[in-house]
Design a protein around this ligand. Sequence first.
Ligand SMILES: *[C@@H]1O[C@H](CO)[C@@H](O)[C@H](O)[C@H]1NC(C)=O
Ligand SMILES: *[C@@H]1O[C@H](CO)[C@@H](O)[C@H](O)[C@H]1NC(C)=O
Ligand SMILES: *[C@@H]1O[C@H](CO)[C@@H](O)[C@H](O)[C@H]1NC(C)=O
Length: 973
Amino acid sequence: MIIMKMDLLPLNERINWSLRLMNPGCWVFLLVLLIQVLVISADTDPQDAAVLNSLASSWDNTPSNWIGSDPCGDKWVGISCTNSRVISITLSSLGLTGTLSGDIQSLNELQALDLSYNKGLTGGIPASIGSLSKLVNLILVGCSFSGEIPPEIGNLPRLVFLSLNSNSFTGSIPKTLGNLSKLYWFDLADNKLTGTIPVSDGNKPGLDLLTHCKHFHFGVNQLSGTIPSKLFNSDMRLIHVLFDNNNLTGSIPPTLGLLSHLEVLRLDANSLSGPVPSNINNLTKLAELHLANNQLTGTLPNLSGMTALSFVDMSNNSFDASEVPPWFSTLPSLTSLYLEFLKIGGQLPKSLFSFAPLQTLKLRSNRLNGTIDIGTDYSTSLELIDLRDNDISQITLGGGGFEKKIILVGNPICNQGGTDLQYCKISRQSTPPYSTPQNCIPIPCPSNENLSPNCHCAYPYTGTLYFRSPSFSDLGNATIFQILEDALKSSLLKQLPVDSVSLQNPFVDADNNLEMTLQVFPGGKDRFNEIDVSTLGFILSNQTFKPPSIFGPYYFIGEGYSAVRVVAPSSKSNRLPVIIGASVGGAALASLVTGCVVFAIRHRRKTRKLKEKNQSIVSWSRTKSSSSIPLLKGAKLFSFEELRKCTNNFSEANHIGNGSYGKVYRGILTDGQLVAVKRAQQGSMQGGLEFNTEIELLSRVHHKNLVTLVGFCFDQGEQILVYEYVPNGTLKESLSGKSGVHLDWKRRLRVALGAARGLAYLHELANPPIVHRDIKSSNILLDDHLNAKVSDFGLSKPMGDDTKGYVTTQVKGTMGYLDPEYYMTQQLTEKSDVYSFGVLLLELITAKKPLERGRYIVREVRVMMDKTKDLYGLHELLDPAIGLGTTLGGFEKYVDLAIQCVEDSGNDRPAMSDVVKEIENIMQLVGMNPNADSASASLSYISSSRSPVRHPYSNVGNFDYSGGVPPSELEPK
Ligand SMILES: *[C@@H]1O[C@H](CO)[C@@H](O)[C@H](O)[C@H]1NC(C)=O
Ligand SMILES: *[C@@H]1O[C@H](CO)[C@@H](O)[C@H](O)[C@H]1NC(C)=O
Ligand SMILES: *[C@@H]1O[C@H](CO)[C@@H](O)[C@H](O)[C@H]1NC(C)=O
């Protein structure tokens, strides 16, 4: 009770505690001071600790480790400190409810406050926030704050980021915000603001003074009055002016033409009237222009010379009747032209349809007449031409089934009885909106968990992305959305473990924003923890994530994340009750002790809960394996202790190689079996993903040409895979002469056959089929009998029945082996492995790295190949160790096969089973038995100077890349 009463008092009153000892509110402050005095190691300034406790007491659902009174020392979730002072509070999406206490004013070192996406935060912003003189970021996006925006915010001299969008603020925009001379980002959109846009007047400040600001986002409010002419001047650096969906009246001021940096202008859905200023075409950087749904008059604005324009919407205005303007065919970047319900007459020029980026033309309800001639070289991006309700009487189609994308309903051409023509129907064929595909067969997930695009069951972080002015209109274009997915994932991955991101159901909403659902799936665990969630929220609320520029300005509204995993309690946090017991005495403090006992009990209960949760975290992989790993045939679960012993405590002497995510050790199991033990580096995220992929895939494929998974271990935070030990190392080592294994022509054929059979099994017999994605000489292992064994399934992908023969995925693989078609289209098929295998065949005869100092083996062979010559004239390229003096029987057939495998188009490449057959044929030509059990054991295949074998499983040199410029070394067309 006492504590609750105290919380109602502002902190500054509490600070005068010595004068007000009789006030019960001071006791808790006293307590904080006592703790400060008695706890030698407390790292938090006592006043800051008291403020945070006060904030916490006005909130429910604070993070689980907000316990005790040393927020800095105990690393409270969402709190950062420097020199004992709290400098940032970032608590997005944690489900906080309550109000923002005015006590926050005493955190006078605070630089960032982000409480975004807590729908349960209500009430006003306390005026005292104006005392936080060091504040740089004030971000309260998507809460339920209301009341007026306090004018005191204008007193924050260092404020750079002010995002109050998507709340319920009322009243007008305070003039004082014009004092924020450092402001860069200014977002008040989606509130209930009224009144006019303030500009300076005499001594009074106004928004025209914000010359550093790049973003005015004021859309979706009830702002009224005219857009003041004074608002814009040539000193301003505005790139986004978003005033859409307000009640603005009057005409557009000509000063707008002074904003030479402007890229996006949204004035749509207001009540603007009068003509559009003629200097609008001075805005040569403008890419998106939205003037729709106003009462603009005068002539249709002349947009000639605005070569950056990609999206133009001027529909639903009162422009004078006009002829098709000449600038229609002079805008080379145009993707979308919306001019509906105007009075444009005349014939559309054929050239309009030929600009490559053009996607959508909406010209409904005009007076367009004559013939529509699409021509033959119309844009391949064209998705829709809506010409409903015009006066068009003829159409000339260039062929290609394009008539399905034109709508001419309500034109004379359709009124003359031709209603069964494709273009006279509203229903048309359009690409369905993009949604992130599932890259595997869907598997059932436990309730409340969702399946990630990479097929892991987990609790995704969910929210809605809003793009306020994208430069495109084709919502079915997978490439565009995949660029966004990749950009998002890589931005998030820099700060938290992410398995994948999923975008669903993009659509244009009533406010003309492009909306879509975003889900972010955790990597290597089934849920994000509180720190992850607040970090994730901040990346999106603070605009740390910058989407590709075609998406334009965005905002994000996160949903609360109820699956937050509790963070481990700090070891320090038990001290509180002890201190109190030791130091407090006297009847006057009895009530305080009572309070603390209650606190201690609650605390202990919380701690116990934490322990239970942690246990369930430890068992994640087990439960997960039962739900998402189809089968673990024969693979054994090892304890960490067992593996530590069998590798002699991971001794350096047993270290036999380095993998992409950790070291590989030789080990001997208790039953005497030799194994290779791959131990993921602690905390390697990528390792986590590849670890799971390998277990899932390897445990259900069994073939003598695939390396066998003996077992795995995920004890004590370790991720360890145990494989059969393959004694002769990698093919790469043998080709480079490192391993001492001598490979003559026949042995090379046998190695090729083994690898091909392993791959053919993956493609054609595994269920579902598996694409390996990283076929290369360092992933082919050779056993005692030179049987090839395909290894390293970390990048492999299962292909579900639902995948139409391909999955769309971020490009991964190794340079030199990577299928250029997959690189270009991001569509992965088995044929990508065939390409890599073709490269491997060439490497096998040349013993050259596929890609080295700008030399690309595929190109070299193609260029040098001369079918009229012996050995196709390739002598110079061949590895002398192949036995150049001897007859290389079937060599030409072998080269033919390799070249077929590296055909540019996957369709032209053979299937792996055909490759197997052809290699078998070649072997028979040279008198070998392809079905002999092994490379003739009778031959001594180890050369006399056998050097110590460094064991492989390594994929050093394997690197992932995504997006960006294709590597120039890739085979040119
Ligand atoms: C703004 O305009 C809407 C519709 O035009 C109207 O319903 C509303 O009352 C107006 N609000 C103000 C504050 O003028
Ligand atoms: C157009 O821009 C140029 C350079 O930015 C400027 O000098 C000129 O005055 C502008 N014209 C109008 C009509 O605003
Ligand atoms: C098309 O409309 C224009 C006026 O907008 C008129 O001058 C022209 O004659 C019309 N052409 C046809 C073929 O009807």
